[in-house]
Design a protein around this ligand. Structure first.
Ligand code: SF4
Length: 477
């Protein structure tokens, strides 16, 4: 997916930019970038972060970067920031999102005067360059951003450094969050960030959360809304449950606390449906299953334990080999078991979601080999049935490789899923849904398996349901 961070200060901004961008490292694994404006020129650095963390790669660039305005990003796809010269002057841009109609936009721009775009090493055109080209069609940046948003099918949140400040623009339906924070004092100013957790340790305090489609212009002295927010919203629910950092707030909701509520709701659903089980411990699949498990344990009054502990010091999040079997091996090596919490114990394991299921199956096999007596699975969100078409999430499986779709294929036979049938499997409690969950349970070697209902999941977020995107689970836009 990726993350973006920017700031305008009365002081040198590179150090805050460095840490603020680094605090988005959990959102992407491929490239990092920073650009700092000294009033005349941009100094930019872009590095591959696949095999070593952002901080290691950018440490040496810091001494070269001077200026009061800066933007940075962690990206899973395009090299960014992009810097272009336009009739509005030189612009620097970072983006996060996805463009589904890229070829149409390129064709349109080419037929209308744009003579070329830079081709990336993978053969595609850089999304951020395309966004910058769209913006530069208009006479000023706010109109350009509005135009770009109207042309893009998908979603695009962006920071544009221009006019002596930064334009911060949230995507049309607010799929990704964006908040602004202020640091007081002579050397202070404003920062803007996808993750609000990124500026807490840097001494900034949240002063505004952008609404869907809103554009705000920041300088070191002021922040001003230049395009008003719209009402309709479809914030990415998956950010709350898995991708987002626990200490962030989205739409005024803290992610860690929300995950406790989610666990509590799963325990309540088990109780109501008669599917609660007697176990010795509730445990989370590290790391993102853990807060959901704490919520479940608190509500069910079953002790929380960590039978598997993640070894983090030498395994950076960004180390993500392409080969699935190597990824599985690494996932296994990262988790070290605690024998006395596993041997002869009945465990209820909570995970945030199940995508392909191969790593989870590996963990269950390990726990059984260490002598676990019973294993029960609970999942914080419903079965994933549709590929995200709004954000560039790098899941480890394509739509038809998810365990849910593979299981539908097993149940229905044939080589292709009848799409008209998928909605019946997506509906909590139908015969098809129960059959699918039962077969997944068997595949994962579990004694029981329950997924959180869609309503339970949405209720536990704590904002109006109609403002949350549910496409992953029910295919509804
Ligand atoms: S489809 Fe899923 S991952 Fe994509 S924006 Fe919606 S909730 Fe998020």
């Amino acid at each position: 997916m990726g993350g973006i961070f920017g700031l305008c200060l009365h002081d040198e901004c590179a150090t805050d930019l460095f840490f603020g961008t680094d605090y988005h490292s959990h959102l992407g694994t491929r490239r990092g970038g920073m650009a700092v404006f000294d009033g005349k020129h941009y100094n930019r650095a872009i590095h591959n972060i696949e095999n070593s963390p952002f901080r290691t790669k950018f440490e040496d660039d810091l001494s070269e970067m001077h200026g009061f305005i800066g933007i940075g990003c962690i990206s899973d796809s395009n090299p960014q920031p992009v810097i272009i010269d336009s009739k509005m002057g030189v612009l620097a841009a970072v983006t996060v999102g996805r463009i589904n109609n890229k070829q149409d936009i390129v064709r349109h721009l080419m037929s209308d005067g744009n003579s070329y775009f830079t081709e990336m090493s993978g053969g595609g055109i850089n999304d951020t360059e395309l966004v910058a080209a769209l913006i530069s069609r208009k006479d000023n940046v706010p109109d350009g951003i509005r135009y770009a948003q109207s042309q893009i099918d998908g979603s695009m949140t962006m920071l544009i450094s221009a006019d002596g400040g930064i334009y911060a623009a949230r995507d049309r339906l607010g799929r990704t969050p964006l908040s602004i924070a202020k640091k007081d004092g002579e050397k202070g100013g404003y920062c803007v960030s996808l993750e609000s957790s990124a500026y807490i340790n840097l001494g900034y305090k949240t002063c505004h959360t952008l609404g869907p489609g809103e554009v705000v212009f920041l300088t070191p002295d002021k922040m001003e809304t230049v395009v008003a927010p719209s009402k309709e919203m479809r914030m990415c629910t998956f950010l709350f449950f898995f991708y987002g950092f626990p200490t962030s707030d989205y739409e005024g909701v803290n992610v860690e606390e929300m995950r406790y509520r989610c666990g509590k709701s799963m325990a309540a659903e088990d109780k109501q449906a008669g599917s609660a089980v007697e176990v010795d411990f509730v445990a989370g699949i590290p790391d993102s299953g853990t807060p959901h498990a704490i919520g479940y344990a608190n509500e069910s009054k079953i002790p929380f334990a960590r039978p598997l502990v993640k070894y983090t010091p030498t395994w950076p999040r960004s180390f993500m080999p392409r080969d699935q079997s190597v990824r599985n091996l690494i996932a296994r090596m990262k988790l070290i078991p605690v024998d006395s919490l596993i041997h002869n114990k009945r465990l209820l394991l909570v995970d945030d979601s199940i995508v392909r299921g191969t790593q989870l199956r590996g963990i269950m096999d390990e726990l059984l080999s260490y002598g676990a007596k019973e294993l029960h699975g609970r999942v914080a969100c419903p079965p994933i049935l549709y590929d995200c078409k709004y954000l560039n999430f790098t899941r480890t499986a394509r739509e038809n490789e998810t365990i849910s779709r593979q299981t539908i294929l097993d149940l229905e036979g044939g080589s292709q899923i009848n799409e008209n049938h998928v909605c019946q499997y997506a509906q909590f409690g139908t015969k098809q849904y129960r059959n699918m969950v039962e077969l997944i349970r068997k595949k994962l070697n579990l004694s029981t398996l329950e997924y959180h209902s869609l309503d339970g999941m949405l209720d536990s977020v704590g904002i109006e349901k109609c403002k949350l995107c549910t496409y992953c689970w029910n295919g509804k836009e």
